[in-house]
Write a protein that binds this ligand. Structure first.
Ligand code: ADP
Ligand code: MG
Length: 323
């Protein structure tokens, strides 16, 4: 069991940012409206994720760290209707196998909760404690017992870059959740959680860029899209400036990116990329999120149709700008 968890950890937990992704996704799945993330030394020393979500029942706290102890999928058919971000029940056991984890959680408003400490997969503490509703997760000394893996960690600045990217994706996908990210005590990201996507864009890219963005909205039989696109003259040299969110999940899809690029095609100088944030809604059966547990890549069952819809919606708005 220990070994299995360490092997699974190799899949799920690549670096500090992947721990944060898993913990924040759990917080989102728990219905949190506030999620605070604090890290030290690029997350290698400490990662703390605090949420105000549903919490974990005292009696379920320990089992949550067992493999495949997900509470999110009841039957096989659910797999095709996934709305929750997690569903494999692999994250907590994997993280706990390669770090020192402290989990304080309460699912009630009585002020009573549970505190669990697990180090390298071994349970050290499982005791009642006083805490408010929600979950407070601390991961210390990631990879302390897997030196080969630790050796592969990059500089603090590089790990922090990955963490920021992860938090930006979460915030862009969930404007209705207030996020903060702090590193060694400095606030790097703060969103209001008021549902305003433009506010999130301002928090990430700056107020003046956000002010110049154009809102878009479109709908057809299978798909609807909402979001913000930059003016053709305000494209960037950064390739990663196209963000796509499908049914509340930040995703990546090559063809969709190409479609966005295409919409700017005739207006765009070579080596410039648009800043675009899109929220797409579609029936869950039209998107396959099961390609890889820790990756953002997804497949669409009617890719061409989706791409044409997105491209046309953006192109139309840009056309209006030019006229
Ligand atoms: P998954 O998310 O795939 O279900 P995880 O290993 O990430 O698996 O989490 C295991 C279980 O622990 C979840 O199904 C959920 O019931 C519980 N859990 C984890 N984190 C939280 C949280 N922040 N708030 C409430 N429940 C949580
Ligand atoms: Mg999870």
């Amino acid at each position: 069991e220990h070994i299995a968890n360490q092997i699974a950890a190799g899949e799920v937990v690549e670096r500090p940012a992947s721990v944060i992704k898993e913990l924040v996704e759990n917080a989102i799945d728990a219905g949190s409206t506030r999620i605070d993330v604090a890290v030290e030394e690029g997350g290698l020393q400490l990662i703390r994720v605090t949420d105000n979500g549903a919490g974990i029942d005292g009696d379920d706290c320990e089992t949550a760290f067992y493999r495949h102890a997900t509470s999110k999928i009841a039957n096989g058919r659910d797999l095709f209707q996934i709305r929750s971000l997690g569903f494999r029940g692999e994250a907590l056991p994997s993280i706990a196998a390669v770090s020192k984890v402290e989990c304080i959680s309460s699912a009630e408003d009585t002020g009573l909760g549970r505190r669990i400490v697990i180090e390298g997969g071994s349970l050290k503490t499982n005791a009642d404690t006083n805490t408010s509703r929600g979950t407070d997760f601390t991961v210390r000394e990631l990879f302390y017992n897997t030196p080969a893996r630790l050796k592969y960690m990059k500089t603090i600045q590089t790990e922090l870059g990955h963490i920021s990217d992860t938090m930006h994706r979460m915030a862009l996908a969930h404007p209705q959740i207030a996020f903060t990210l702090r590193h060694n005590g400095n606030t790097l990201l703060q969103t209001l959680g008021n549902g305003d996507l433009l506010q999130v864009i301002a928090a990430i890219y700056g107020t003046s860029i956000a002010k110049s963005m154009i809102p878009i909205e479109g709908e057809q039989l299978d798909y609807s899209v909402k979001g913000y696109v930059c003016k053709p003259e305000q494209t960037r040299s950064n390739r990663n400036a196209i963000s796509t969110v499908v049914n509340g999940r930040f995703i990546r899809n090559y063809a969709l990116n190409q479609a966005v690029q295409q919409a700017y095609h005739t207006l765009l100088p070579i080596n410039r990329f648009p800043l675009v944030v899109l929220h797409l809604e579609m029936h869950p059966s039209l998107v396959d999120v099961n390609v890889h547990p820790a990756k953002l890549e997804v497949r669409f069952s009617k890719e061409l149709e989706l791409c044409q819809f997105v491209q046309h919606t953006i192109a139309e708005v840009l056309q209006d700008q030019v006229l």
